[in-house]
Design a protein around this ligand. Structure first.
Ligand SMILES: Cc1ncc(COP(=O)(O)O)c(C=O)c1O
Length: 397
């Protein structure tokens, strides 16, 4: 059995840690104390379980993808996080952190969002739990995810458009951190992925690991064995860590993460694990996209949720010990993935998820009809319909 928990300073191997200004250290310590108390407190876990069942809609189904299985020649199961309330896995960690905010006695939350899914999940949790929400969003993401901006506003959140830098997720994170530093006594930074300073990567993974726990039970009922492959898309890495975590000690189950190769690895992309180098970003040591001076480079992906120049430290560690494999697919392949899942199964995936779907044809040579693969459908594609329609020329004359 591997030790799957970070050390006291939050290191997964050489990755992780807390690289933050001194003023934030007490807030991180308080958060860690509250988190450890909460996960051992029956009142907290019962309240969370109740909300996950009655509000989020858990457990999400594991759907056998019959037509895709026939097409590709190996058994494909889909873990349906797209059926969670608000349409993606992000709500799992948002609700749980919302309950931690109440426990800390804080009244305000700041968050950043790329695709808007985490912002919507945060605004939803805050509406439910009576917490003020301020969501920072890069101007480019704001423009390409308008529906999610409207959803956040309707849910009562303040959405702030960030015009600095590359106007995407990394700039939104910088602004959220700035706000948090200023208002730390009243405000919790609700991080949406397994990134940031310790204890965030561990907290978010812990709350997302329900995905893999459910899959383990569900696949035993369906197949009476563990899957040969578990595959998920990777932006910051929370849906992938959520489904991987329970399988790390299942040595016969291969774990595969798929990143965004954008326009290609020699052009603009977000393939941090594939070609990034060790550096510091957003309070953590991980693999990042940077130049030789350590300046963070602009990431690019057709999917706003994968458009991030870093990745969670636990993924960097899993890669370094060769327990998980990471590959990348381009925007074009992701669009093919959207079409493939939509046309074969009647399920329109988010563009993020579509990266993992787009990789499946690569596996036809290594898998056979007895092989079992589980793909995490991290979210649904409604939010991406404008981009998909444009790229697939649905309305061209
Ligand atoms: C549907 C969906 N999938 C995946 C991601 C990527 O995030 P993560 O790698 O943390 O799961 C996002 C991010 O917004 C998302 O909205």
């Amino acid at each position: 059995m591997r030790n799957l928990f970070p050390d006291n300073e939050g290191h997964f191997g050489e990755f992780g840690g807390k690289f933050v200004p001194e003023t934030l250290m007490p807030a991180l310590d308080e958060l860690e104390d509250i988190f450890r108390l909460a996960i051992n407190d029956n009142n907290f876990t019962e309240e969370l379980d109740h909300l996950l069942t009655s509000y989020v809609g858990r457990p999400t189904p594991l759907t056998f993808a019959k037509n895709l299985t026939k097409k590709l020649g190996f058994k494909i199961y889909l873990k349906r996080e797209d059926l969670c309330h608000t349409g993606a896995h992000k709500i799992n960690a948002a609700i749980a952190q919302g309950l931690l905010v109440k426990k800390m006695g804080k009244s305000r939350v700041v968050a950043e969002t790329g695709a808007g899914q985490h912002g919507v999940a945060t605004a939803t949790a805050c509406a439910l739990l009576g917490i003020d929400a301020v969501i920072y969003m890069g101007a480019k993401d704001y423009d390409r995810q308008k529906i999610n901006v409207a959803r956040m506003r309707l849910l009562g959140a303040t959405v702030i458009k960030v015009d600095s830098g590359s106007q995407t997720l990394k700039d939104a994170i910088n602004e959220a951190i700035r706000d948090w530093v200023t208002n730390v006594s009243t405000t919790h930074y609700l991080i949406g992925s397994v990134v940031g300073p310790h204890p965030y990567p561990e907290i978010v993974r812990s709350f997302q690991s329900i995905i893999g726990k459910e899959v383990k039970d569900q696949i035993m009922i369906e197949e009476k064995k563990m899957p040969d492959i578990v595959i998920a898309c990777v932006g910051g890495g929370s849906n992938a860590m959520g489904i991987f975590h329970s399988f790390i000690d299942e040595e016969n189950t291969k774990l595969i993460g798929i990143e965004a190769a954008g326009e290609g690895l020699n052009k603009k992309h977000a393939a941090t694990l594939s070609v990034g180098t060790t550096g510091i970003l957003h309070g953590m040591k991980s693999l990042v996209l940077q130049n030789s001076d350590g300046q963070i480079q602009e990431a690019h992906s057709i999917s706003a949720g994968l458009d991030y120049p870093g990745v969670g430290p636990e993924h960097a560690w899993l890669k370094s010990i060769k327990r998980a494999e990471y590959y990348s697919v381009t925007n074009e392949v992701a669009l093919m993935g959207v079409k493939l899942l939509s046309e074969s199964e009647g399920i329109i995936p988010a563009l993020e998820t579509a990266h993992a779907v787009g990789y499946l044809p690569e596996l036809t040579n290594v898998l056979n009809e007895q092989s079992v693969l589980v793909l995490n459908v991290s979210g649904r594609g409604d939010k991406d319909m404008d981009i998909i329609s444009e790229k697939l020329n649905f309305f061209s004359t």
